[in-house]
Design a protein around this ligand. Structure first.
Ligand code: GLN
Length: 487
């Protein structure tokens, strides 16, 4: 039965339809696996057993009646613990929200429930999704299933580790500067950030609202396409949600990519790449050539500024978004206070971890009068320039490729004392958030220590179908995605 968990979500779905297993059985196997191995991994903050089994029961009832099942019905999923699910705690891995219970369902959650996808638990993350290694969780670290001494990547480290270790076939994450793609690459799975506005953020705890986007983690490209179909679509509750029809991404997965033009981002493959990552990128270039695509070098001349831009804009937006956690409206409230101001200060001092505090202070500074023009305004102008670089690139090519990260997963603890080196991990992923374009990481090999390497593919806004197609063709040319962490 455990073998079933190693199958892709679409295969699990097929097994349910063929009555090889019931949805309740499958959900129980997933929960059992979590209970057995998660002590080592730390991927889950909490389990939502009751909701999961209730949903699974509905699936079995439908099967018994011979009714058609919605897409991905009955396939266990891990939900990043910054998205609301009624009846569960939504902690954002922060002490300030440690006991906060979701008052309503996030739109993505509601869509999953409508499709009868059992949500087995809430996945660990960096506090408020701020981090690249999942070491900023207030509760516990997440370990990489390929090597427990290494980080899984962040901030959606729990989501990635749960899928890579076959605790669940599906997970959702959020990506503000790479938080889906980076952990996907470190954990050897597929992670996808859709076009800004494709997926509703209603019920997602906001980090940096002009950048945040929810997306899928899976072990195959087809599964990611299916999960995006389930969660995307217009939502009047999110003013940035695009009013466009839900697409069928799976229909064009296997289209021929002969004649397509693929650009290798010059600036992201030139310097500072780990040799094994460089080799993997060369391997990807060769694969695309052999598939009949034309591969050319493309420059994104300002991409080197993206970290500087991001750490001004994201911190500015987070300083504003996190102002609501004041001990009055949500979560933790300090005791033994003298007056209202004292209560705010003590609550926030006790409730937020060091990285979150650092970001709030940086962001407040960047927005303060006298510095606004020099930092925030400049960063906004530079964001525009980076976006224009992407637009120019896409006037020449169908898609861009680059490493998801210049290196593979690093050792736990090795960067925690040096925030700047941690921030540099995001050099290849932030650009897509600044430009609002879809981007994904697909397994592209292993380094000499057996740690996974991710290939990042980016395409113009709203060309998800093409992106999945290009990713699928690469995936199917290798068996990297079939290799599973031994845990
Ligand atoms: N690692 C980046 C940060 O720390 C990105 C986080 C994210 O995408 N949520 O902000």
């Amino acid at each position: 039965m455990q073998e079933l968990l190693k199958k892709s979500a679409m295969e699990q779905s097929k097994a349910l339809k063929n009555k090889e297993v019931s949805a309740v059985e499958l959900t129980k196997v997933s929960l059992d696996r979590i209970k057995t191995i998660d002590e080592k991994l730390g991927a889950f903050n909490s389990l939502t057993e009751e909701t999961a089994l209730e949903t699974a029961k509905k699936v079995d009832e439908k099967i018994a009646k011979g009714e058609e099942l919605p897409l991905l019905a009955g396939v266990p999923l891990a939900l990043k613990d910054n998205m609301n699910l009624v009846g569960s705690k939504t902690t954002a891995s922060s002490k300030i929200l440690e006991n906060f219970v979701s008052p309503y369902n996030a739109t993505v959650t509601q869509k999953l429930l409508d499709n009868l996808v059992p949500i087995v638990g809430k996945a660990n993350l960096d506090e408020f999704a701020m981090g690249s290694s999942n070491e900023n969780s207030a509760f516990k670290k997440v370990h990489n299933p390929w090597n427990l001494k290494k980080v899984p990547g962040g901030s959606s480290g729990g989501s990635a580790a749960s899928v890579a270790s076959c605790e669940a076939a599906l997970a959702l994450g959020s990506d503000t500067g790479g938080s889906i793609r980076l952990p996907a690459s470190f954990c050897g799975i597929v992670g996808m950030k859709p076009t800004y506005g494709k997926v509703s953020r209603y019920g997602l705890i906001a980090f940096a609202s002009s950048l945040d986007q929810i997306g899928p983690f899976t072990r195959t490209v087809e599964d990611a396409a299916a999960l995006l179909e389930v969660i995307s679509g217009h939502d009047p509750h999110d003013s940035t949600s695009l009013d466009l029809p839900v697409e069928n991404y799976r229909a064009s997965l296997n289209n021929d990519i002969k004649g397509m033009k693929i650009g290798v981002v010059k600036e992201l493959v030139k310097e500072g790449l780990a040799p094994d990552v460089e080799k993997a990128i060369q391997g990807a270039i060769d694969t695309y050539k052999s598939l009949g695509a034309e591969v050319v070098e493309i420059s994104l001349p300002n991409i080197g500024h993206s970290i500087g831009i991001y750490y001004i804009l994201a911190t500015a937006e987070c300083s504003s978004n996190l102002a609501r956690f004041d001990g009055v409206k949500y979560g933790h409230r300090a005791e033994g206070v003298n007056n209202l101001l004292d209560m705010y200060c003590k609550t926030r001092a006790e409730g937020f971890g060091p990285e979150v505090k650092r970001r709030i202070m940086l962001g407040t500074y960047a927005l303060s009068s006298g510095y606004y023009d020099a930092y925030y305004k400049k960063a906004q102008q530079m964001r525009r320039i980076v976006t224009e670089d992407f637009l120019k690139a896409f006037s020449q090519v169908d898609a861009l490729i680059a490493p998801t990260c210049p290196n593979t997963a690093f050792d736990l603890g090795s960067k925690t004392e040096d925030p700047l080196s941690m921030y540099l991990t995001d050099i290849a992923t932030i650009g897509a958030n600044l430009a609002g374009i879809p981007a994904m990481s697909v397994p592209a090999g292993f380094d000499s220590d057996g740690m996974p390497i991710g290939l990042q593919i980016m395409s113009p806004q709203l060309t998800e179908a093409k992106l999945f197609n290009i990713a699928y063709k690469f995936e199917q040319s290798h068996d990297y995605y079939k290799q599973l962490a031994d845990i």
